[in-house]
Design a protein. Structure first.
Length: 176
């Protein structure tokens, strides 16, 4: 069994996927991991929309002018939303659960990539968030944070090299 540190060393953003479908039990494990995520005061403001429909993935891939088109060839996208009326730190809570899904996917041999939606523009007429909200019928009190694309990787990336880490960003006792 790999250690958590090994999992972190090998996790990278994957944007190319095999056309292989993801098994339902793996999707359940990813979403169950998300439901176990910590949240401030256990408010659990996050909810998830699991998208496997190819036509919808294609439409969602147009949520931004750049850096989201690869979603169209992904077998799975999980839209991370949060009820902004439940917590003033919904962004932090939803971000934690999004990375937990990515780490769980990595542990299952899957690749993933975060597609930022919140505070992004589809074009000069509509925000990415409004576009996704309209496509998926998301109520107004829910903010759309991101979409996590998930699939079997069709690209290989090298593990992070420990000797190349920016250890100068670590400070002891005070900012040096």
């Amino acid at each position: 069994m790999n250690s958590f540190f090994d999992l972190l060393k090998t996790r990278h953003s994957i944007r190319k996927y095999l056309s292989k479908a993801i098994e339902p039990e793996k999707i359940a494990q990813i979403t169950n991991a998300a439901l176990m995520s910590p949240a401030s005061k256990r408010s659990n403001p996050w909810e998830f929309i699991v998208v496997q429909d190819k036509e919808m993935l294609q439409k969602l891939s147009d949520c931004r002018p750049h850096e989201s088109q690869f979603l169209a060839k992904s077998p799975l996208g999980i839209v991370v939303i949060a009820d902004a009326t439940k917590s003033d730190i919904w962004i932090e809570d939803a971000s934690i659960t999004a990375i937990i899904m990515q780490l769980q996917a990595q542990d299952l041999g899957l690749g993933s990539c975060w597609i930022q939606v919140y505070h992004r523009e589809k074009d000069k007429h509509i925000t990415s968030e409004s576009y996704v909200r309209q496509l998926l019928g998301i109520p107004e009190q829910f903010a759309v944070l991101c979409i996590i694309s998930i699939g079997y990787p069709d690209e290989e990336k090298k593990a992070h090299e420990i000797h190349k880490l920016a250890v100068d960003k670590i400070h002891s006792d005070k900012f040096n």
